[in-house]
Design a protein around this ligand. Structure first.
Ligand SMILES: Cc1cc2nc3c(=O)[nH]c(=O)nc-3n(C[C@H](O)[C@H](O)[C@H](O)COP(=O)(O)OP(=O)(O)OC[C@H]3O[C@@H](n4cnc5c(N)ncnc54)[C@H](O)[C@@H]3O)c2cc1C
Length: 599
């Protein structure tokens, strides 16, 4: 069989996605049937084939000789659902493919009004999408590639001398290692910040914009907002075209890029203690495999040594174990990794004990849930001015908000520590849903929120959704900043050429999930506030509410790490896909060092 494999490996046809998967399925499955295993044993067990899981699986299998990796994914392959998730222009529709979504709903919350502190605003429960499919959320996201500023990563590193491995220089190295940027003739300045040899394809929207969206850039410039040629370069503020994770007109998820490449490594290693047929050196992805909890070494109870995981697949509960020196690595994302830890006895006593879970290690799991709240301003334009086949989001406007909720001024546009990001999603949705008008939608996102959410277990049933409290706008400075950015969006829509050439007229604001709130009449600050209000596991010292250390190992345990978006101590002020892939690449180097004993 090994001869067979190497012959196919050299075959260029393997570049074809489906063939790689078919080949992998057949070869691994055949081998699985032949091998008489006593136990399912792997060097690494990765929970979740999302952004982080895919990068880790690929880096570990290619960089450490003779290992095998099991990836357990609760969702199905990304080819399982129809091909719509590959189309950038349909990314908003991809959100509604239930098969690929965990179907989370946030808890209803009451927020104190920042306009009138004696009043409360009701924040209704709302859907909270998370990818449940190969590639995880990178298979359903809006594909915007924006890393955020150096300062955030330097803040991560400032937590102690050992955290230096997360400073901007180290993170930039990892961002570049992952990225395959396709900009033609990049200048030296661009090359300093970008990678060209990674696997994640990143493309400029630049050459695709030829409709009302190009008017958006001019309108923003008309207001004095500077043009920015590279939001991932030296400065983040300004207006410009976005970079997106797209390859040849199709979405490039981390499954398309990293997992696909992980499958290329398939070898048969003869010296194996674990089964008589030898060990398959490969990444084995098991779909529809829902991890229930971590299996601990009960002989050394005090040490909390992870030895494997229990998971549900094909109607039965199964177990998989790690080989000596191996690790369990949770890559379940910001909601699920905390849930798995808590189900396994790692978390806050006050949430675990009432749910009949024995506390093994008390840690503030789920307490640092961070995300970027957003809102949406929609306007109508002259018919036939929209390119309905455009990328999901093409233009970005990054600016500093006014803390009093006023329209930002010129100084705010030039401020090099911007806290707001305005993006323009595909307008196809609005057109279909609301009487077929051509439109323009602007979504301001609070890039540096002060509010922090949390999540807790609802019960000890692993299939029960945890309670998610996003706490959006809970801190008093968040709401005025959002209002300030919405007011700026309104001003932009009034500028030429949007107002003159495209006859753009505001229709109203809707909340993140498309509920219409206003008809666009003049609004008071209370109105703005009413309409707007409708993310865990922190990498930090244990004394500062950390759950994982600087090497992403869970405090008070052995053989257990968390590598995903849940470990951000402070949320990057860009979008989170690229930073998560970066974290996974950095983590792979730490794991390789620990496994091979090299530093
Ligand atoms: C709708 C939407 C739009 C977004 N738009 C953008 C954007 O434009 N740009 C950007 O940069 N970021 C965007 N993001 C965010 C970004 O995609 C995520 O931050 C990133 O993908 C998170 O990666 P992760 O590895 O932490 O988790 P995920 O990618 O979510 O992966 C977690 C994986 O673990 C699996 N899993 C979870 N629990 C279990 C279990 N118990 N057993 C087995 N498997 C399990 C899940 O099914 C999933 O596949 C968006 C996210 C969403 C949801």
């Amino acid at each position: 069989m090994s001869q067979d494999i190497s012959a196919i490996e050299k075959n260029h046809d393997l570049e074809n996605d489906n063939k790689i998967r078919e080949f992998w399925n057949k070869k691994i499955c055949d081998h699985d049937k032949l091998a008489k295993k006593t136990k399912e044993t792997y060097d690494f067990i990765i929970v979740g084939a999302g952004t982080a899981g895919c990068v880790l699986a690929r880096e570990l299998i290619h960089c450490i000789p003779n290992i095998n990796v099991l990836v357990l994914e609760a969702g199905g392959p990304d080819t399982y659902s129809n091909g719509i998730i590959k189309l950038p222009c349909a990314s908003l529709k991809a959100l509604r493919i239930n098969d690929c979504d965990w179907g989370y709903v946030t808890q209803e919350q009451r927020i104190q009004s920042s306009v009138d502190p004696t009043k409360e605003i009701l924040k209704k429960e709302s859907p909270y999408m998370r990818g449940k499919v190969w590639g995880g959320s990178s298979t359903v996201n809006a594909m915007v590639y924006m890393r955020g500023q150096a300062k955030v990563y330097n803040d991560w590193a400032a937590q102690g001398p050992e955290y230096k491995i997360w400073d901007w220089d180290h993170c930039l190295e990892a961002f570049k290692a992952v990225e395959k940027n396709s900009r033609k003739n990049p200048d030296e300045k661009f090359k300093k910040f970008h990678g060209f040899n990674g696997l994640l394809h990143v493309k400029d929207s630049k050459n695709d914009i030829y409709d009302v969206m190009s008017g958006l850039i001019d309108a923003a410039k008309y207001l004095g907002i500077p043009y920015n040629d590279d939001f991932n370069g030296e400065k983040q503020n300004g207006v410009g075209t976005l970079q997106s994770t797209i390859q040849d007109g199709k979405r490039c998820s981390l499954a398309d890029s990293y997992l696909k490449d992980a499958f290329k490594k398939v070898e048969l290693h003869p010296d194996s203690k674990y089964n008589s047929f030898g060990k398959v050196v490969a990444v084995d992805v098991r779909s529809f495999a829902h991890v229930l909890e971590i299996i601990w070494d009960e002989e050394n109870k005090e040490e909390n040594i992870a030895i494997g995981v229990r998971y549900f697949c094909n109607g039965t509960v199964r177990e998989a174990f790690i080989a000596p020196k191996g690790e369990v690595i949770l890559c379940g994302g910001a909601i699920n990794s905390p849930q798995i830890l808590m189900l396994s006895g790692i978390g806050p006593k006050e949430n675990l004990e009432p749910n009949n879970i024995k506390v093994r290690k008390e840690l503030p799991v789920g307490r640092n849930l961070l995300d970027h709240p957003g809102c949406c301003l929609v306007a109508k334009s002259t018919p036939n001015t929209i390119n309905h086949w455009s990328n999901s989001c093409e233009i970005g406007i990054i600016h500093k908000a006014n803390v009093e909720g006023k329209i930002p001024c010129k100084d705010d546009f030039f401020d090099e520590n911007p806290d707001m990001q305005i993006i323009d999603p595909s307008t196809e949705l609005y057109r279909k849903k609301h009487n077929k008008f051509d439109g323009i939608a602007l979504i301001p996102l609070l890039n540096i929120p002060s509010s922090v959410g949390y999540l807790e277990l609802n019960s000890n049933n692993p299939f029960d959704q945890p309670k998610i409290y996003l706490n959006f706008f809970e801190k008093s400075d968040d709401l005025p900043r959002m209002i300030s950015s919405l007011k700026l969006c309104r001003e932009i829509l009034k500028q030429p050429p949007l107002s003159t050439v495209y006859d753009v007229k505001e229709i109203g604001i809707n909340d993140e999930f498309g509920q219409w709130c206003t008809n666009g009449d003049d609004m008071s600050d209370e109105d703005w506030e009413r309409f707007i209000v409708n993310k865990a596991i922190k990498m930090a010292p244990e004394s500062k509410d950390g759950v994982v250390n600087h090497r992403l190992q869970v405090y008070g345990t052995k053989n257990l790490r968390v590598v995903d978006a849940s470990i951000f101590p402070y949320i990057p002020n860009g979008n989170t896909n690229a930073p998560t892939a970066m974290v996974a690449w950095r983590a792979s180097r730490l794991i390789i060092e620990d496994y091979t004993g090299t530093c």
